[in-house]
Design a protein around this ligand. Structure first.
Ligand code: AMP
Ligand code: ZN
Length: 436
């Protein structure tokens, strides 16, 4: 299939055939996993064997695997082969304790690149595109993951790396970049740089597609980015434990993300009871790898919250779609007795035109009480010194956030660029509260 990375025999497979393929691959995966110290011991103790799987629903008989399991058996406890037989490792983000490390052999890397190529094609990227990958290369999977996927697709691929917006823009202009991948918190900064140079991406580059993911972001953020760049923005979901990018991706309908069910088993469970949730209801995403050899992971509790979108997608792909991830169960914080997810605040801010690229929630103890302080950057275009206008914005934020999360925030408006920037994923919550 030259020039195309459309795999209709897999992507439009009849659901019953897809379930059969999954069951067969699940049996193979269990057999393989049992060669690792972790699953060998665990499944051996429970008397689980590949033959106990008749249909894919039998996956529910397996115990869950958690991040703590991965950390507790660091570094080699999940390997089914000697480390010498693997060819690459990646680590998941996270700041404390052992990282979660994932090993790949050649087959795994090839399978992953295939999924990323398929995902990019699904979003409309073609081998005629020039694709610039604007994110960290290294342990973060977005760099090499998209690099190898885009090469497999056949696009001219620019491994631009993170940051240095001016250089990014020069590369985009010099080589006719038509598709980029970057994390959502960086894209407004890139746009600000275009503006600072007196340029517009829609007029001064060939950009037509933006792929973005790795961080929770709302539909409002997508709208804002689309208006800024005047091109289509697609949501890309993945996690290092399941390779990285290429787990689930939006097609041109942009009504949820097709999760590649030939390579993963998709479950949504209630995070408290761990029982399956009906389609359409939000719960924790649980995933099982079906095409990974060096380090299969079964029933992994991702902590990511989403739902299965019912019904077929007009694009014809039969792999089920998940909804935008609204955050991780461990992102939630409790302030004044109310449960809050950062994305609830983000949604509000991204609808306010005067708000710029960056914001931060600071939780602190003042006297005996918790306080929620919102630090918000104003957009360069609205940073004009009109104090009355800014006061109206400040009041609007207080009102709308209070209505949404039931806690009245303090709001500090800041000049553009005032908040600290990182090259990787944005930190949206700083908790300075005294622990009692
Ligand atoms: P890492 O393995 O360090 O790359 O982090 C993976 C995590 O990033 C996932 O478990 C999600 O919490 C988050 N993530 C990745 N892609 C998205 C996305 N499109 N929307 C929301 N969160 C995402
Ligand atoms: Zn579709």
């Amino acid at each position: 299939m030259s020039g195309a990375y459309w795999q209709p025999e897999i992507e439009t497979m009849a659901p019953a055939a897809l379930r059969e393929l999954q069951a067969a691959r699940l049996r193979e995966t269990i057999a393989r996993a049992m060669q690792s110290p972790f699953y060998g011991e665990c499944y051996g103790r429970l008397g689980l064997a590949p033959e106990s799987i008749r249909t894919v629903d039998d996956v529910r008989r397996l115990p869950f695997t958690t991040k703590e399991d991965l950390r507790g058996h660091y570094p080699y406890g999940f390997l089914t082969v000697p480390p010498q037989e693997t060819v690459r490792l990646h680590c998941s983000s996270g700041t404390t304790g052992n990282p979660t490390v994932i090993f790949h052999d050649r087959h795994d890397l090839d399978s992953w690149a295939n999924l990323v190529a398929r995902s990019m094609y699904c979003a409309g990227v073609r081998d005629s595109d020039v694709f610039q990958n604007i994110c960290g290369y290294g342990l973060f999977t977005g760099g090499l993951g998209f690099q190898y996927g885009a090469e497999k697709l056949g696009a001219l691929t620019i491994p631009a790396g993170a940051g240095n917006s001016r250089r990014q823009i020069k590369l985009m202009q010099d080589f006719g970049t038509s598709a980029i991948h970057a994390i959502p918190s960086y894209l407004p900064r890139l746009f600000d740089e275009f503006q600072a140079l007196g340029l517009h991406p829609a007029e001064d580059t060939k950009l037509r597609i933006i792929l973005t993911g790795a961080e929770p972001h709302s539909e409002e953020t997508r709208q804002r980015l689309q208006e800024m760049f005047r091109c289509k923005v697609f949501n890309s979901f993945g996690l290092s434990e399941m390779n990285g990018p290429g787990v689930a991706f939006e097609c041109d309908c942009r009504n949820g993300l097709h999760l590649w069910e030939d390579c993963f088993i998709l479950e949504i469970v209630d995070p408290e009871t761990l029982e399956p949730m009906p389609d359409g209801e939000r719960g924790e995403l649980v995933l099982t790898t079906l095409d990974r050899r060096a380090m299969p992971i079964l029933r992994y509790r991702t902590r990511d919250l989403t739902s299965i979108l019912p019904g077929p997608c007009p694009c014809g792909r039969t792999h089920r779609r998940i909804d935008r991830i609204t955050g991780r169960s461990d992102d939630m914080f409790i302030v004044k007795g109310c449960n809050v997810f950062p994305i609830q605040v983000e949604k509000i801010l991204m609808k306010i035109p005067e708000i710029g690229s960056d914001w931060l929630i600071v939780l602190d103890t003042v006297g005996d009480n918790d306080e929620l302080l919102l630090k918000v950057e104003i957009s360069p275009a609205h940073f004009t010194g009109d104090m009355e206008a800014l006061e109206r914005v400040r009041r609007r934020i207080i009102h709308e956030v209070r209505d949404e999360v039931l806690v009245s925030p303090h709001v500090q408006l800041l000049e553009p660029g005032a908040l600290p920037k990182s090259e990787g994923k944005a930190q949206r919550v700083q908790d300075l509260r005294k622990k009692s």
